[in-house]
Design a protein around this ligand. Structure first.
Ligand code: 13P
Length: 342
C-alpha cells in the first residue's frame, strides 16, 4: 500500500470487526494517567508503557490502527524497532495526532478552539516520511449555560476542515474529531441538539474546503447524558439517538465512523457501540477509536512493572476483542466474562 493510497488506507482503518487504539496522549495527559497508578512520567516510562501496548501479540486481529503522539512516533521498542514499524509488522497502521491542543477562544468565555494549522503542511510531510498513514485532530465543544456559541462551532469546524484538506494533500487520511464533551449537567436531548449542530457545521466546512469524504474518517462523541445530569439515559436510548443524529448529518460517502469514549466506563462504551449495531441498517462502518476505554484496564494491571506486562497485555487484548465483537453487534455479558486466549 503506498502512502498516497488514501482510499485503501481509509478502508483498512474501518475494516470489519476492527477499530483504532488512541494512544496519542500528550505528555501532560499521560502524566495524569501515570499519576493515577503512581508511576513517574519520564521519556523512558512513556516508551515502556507504549511498548507494552503495541507489542501485545494478536492486537492486529481487533485493531486496525494506532494513533501516536509526536514523541512516540520517534521512539523504538525494546528490540530497537521504531514503533511505526513494529505496528506495521503486526498489520496495524500507524497514525499521528497533529493538533497542538484546544486553546481559549478569544471573546468566548469557557470555550476553546483547537490550534495547530501553522506549519501543518511541513509537519505532515515529515510524518509521512516517518511512516504515518493517517492523522487526528480533536476539536472540543463544551456544553453549558449559553454555550456552545455559533462562534465556537464555526471556528472549530473551519480548523477541522483546513486540517483535513492539508492532510489529504500531504497523503494522510484525516480523522475528523469533533468532541461534544460529556462534562456538565445537560440532558441527552441537549447533547443531541449540539451534536447535530456541530456535525452539520463540520460537513459544510469539509465541503467548502474540498475534502474528499471517501478519504476521511469521522471520530464523534456519542449522544449521551451530561455526566452530572440527573437523568442518565440507558444504552438503548444512547444508541438510538446517536445513530439518528449521525444519519441526519454524516454523508454515506464518509469511509467510516470510529467513536471516542470520552470518559465513559470501558464496558459501557462497548455496550453502546454494540447497541448501535442492533439498530442496524447503517450506511457507514461504525467502530471505535477509544483511548481510555481500551487502555484503562491495561494501565491498572501494568503499574509500571515489567512483571505485570503479560497481565496488562491480556487486559488490552480482552477490551480490544470485546469492542471488535461490538462492531458486529455480537458483544454480550457472557463474552465479557471470557478471558482472552491467544
Ligand atoms: P477517549 O476514548 O479516552 O476519549 O480518547 C479518544 C481520543 O483520542 C481523544 O482525542
Amino acid at each position: 500500500m503506498s502512502a498516497n493510497n488514501l482510499a485503501a488506507i481509509a478502508q483498512a482503518m474501518v475494516a470489519s470487526g476492527k477499530g483504532i487504539l488512541a494512544a496519542d496522549e500528550s505528555t501532560g495527559t499521560i502524566e495524569k494517567r501515570f499519576k493515577s497508578i503512581g508511576v513517574e512520567c519520564t521519556e523512558e516510562s512513556r516508551r515502556g508503557y507504549r511498548d507494552m501496548l503495541f507489542s501485545s501479540k494478536g492486537l492486529g486481529q481487533f485493531i486496525s490502527g494506532v494513533i501516536l503522539y509526536d514523541e512516540t512516533l520517534r521512539q523504538k521498542s525494546a528490540d530497537g524497532l521504531p514503533f511505526g514499524s513494529l505496528l506495521e509488522k503486526n498489520g496495524i497502521l500507524p497514525g499521528i495526532k497533529v493538533d497542538t491542543g484546544a486553546k481559549d477562544l478569544a471573546l468566548c468565555p469557557g470555550e476553546t478552539v483547537t490550534e495547530g494549522l501553522d506549519n501543518l503542511p511541513r509537519r505532515c510531510a515529515e510524518y509521512v516520511k516517518l511512516g504515518a498513514k493517517f492523522a487526528k485532530w480533536r476539536a472540543v465543544i463544551t456544553v453549558g449555560r449559553d454555550i456552545p456559541s455559533t462562534t465556537c462551532i464555526a471556528a472549530n469546524a473551519h480548523a477541522l476542515a483546513r486540517y483535513a484538506a492539508i492532510c489529504q494533500a500531504a497523503g494522510l487520511v484525516p480523522i475528523v474529531e469533533p468532541e461534544v464533551l460529556m462534562d456538565g449537567e445537560h440532558t441527552i436531548e441537549r447533547c443531541e441538539e449540539v451534536t447535530e449542530w456541530t456535525l452539520n457545521a463540520v460537513y459544510e466546512a469539509l465541503y467548502l474546503n474540498r475534502v474528499t469524504l471517501e478519504h476521511s474518517v469521522l471520530k464523534p462523541s456519542m449522544v449521551i447524558s451530561g455526566k452530572s445530569c440527573a437523568r442518565q439515559a440507558g444504552v438503548g436510548e444512547v444508541a438510538e439517538r446517536t445513530v439518528r443524529t449521525l444519519r441526519r448529518t454524516v454523508p454515506a460517502a464518509v469511509a467510516g465512523i470510529t467513536f471516542l469514549s470520552g470518559g465513559q466506563g470501558d464496558e459501557t462504551a462497548t455496550a453502546h457501540l454494540n447497541a448501535m449495531h442492533k439498530v442496524g441498517n447503517l450506511p457507514w462502518p461504525l467502530s471505535f477509536s477509544y483511548g481510555r476505554a481500551l487502555q484503562q484496564p491495561a494501565l491498572k494491571a501494568w503499574q509500571g512493572a515489567a512483571a505485570n506486562v503479560a497481565a496488562a497485555q491480556a487486559a488490552l487484548l480482552h477490551r480490544a476483542r470485546m469492542n471488535g465483537l461490538a462492531c458486529r453487534g455480537r458483544y454480550s455479558a457472557d463474552a465479557e466474562k471470557q478471558p482472552f486466549v491467544a
